[in-house]
Design a protein. Sequence first.
Length: 221
Amino acid sequence: MKRLLILEDDARLGPIMRDVLAASWRVELVPTAELALPIIEASTFDVAIVDRGLPGMSGEEFVRTLRARRISMPVLMLTALSQLHDKVEGLDAGANDYLVKPFEFEELDARLRALTRRYDLGSAEVFHLGGWVFSPEDRVIESPYSGRIVLTETETELLTVFAREPARTFSKEQLLQRVFAQGESETTVETYVHYLRRKTDRDLIHTVRGRGYRLGTLHRL
């Protein structure tokens, strides 16, 4: 069985989730983010359920902390808040999926299986860019809002350059040398940056005035 961490402080809901999901998962239930962090640092989990409204460190803060520490474990966030901006905030924090309470356990289990399938890619290179999951081998990027987006070969090569060195700013000349055929102009770089932004998010790639481009701040882990 795959390992599941449940981070839920509700004294009634937490044990119910643990008992129901134990039929399919090796479950560990933890009531606070402060207790969960050292457990995750010392062990490996395949997926986590995180309640957004935790005491102390919130679920959002917890997920941001995971991503800052480069822990890429997929996270499904639970919340009683159903407004669109609430979902967007949770996903922007680095969660991979979002489920509103009350929910059906059948749907919860199915979403967990889908998250682990997405991440179970063996040795394939996968980049977690905030809420986005980029798989160069498959030439796809998984959107936290709308699902699977297919990229062209050139778009994939360009995004891979940024994803492998997320803190680096690349000049247009450097990107031309790494990605494009000899004889292409800097306008070609601008065009493909535009294509990637149009397919994904305008903030995925950030323009550094006078220097070039880098991975957007909101999506660098």
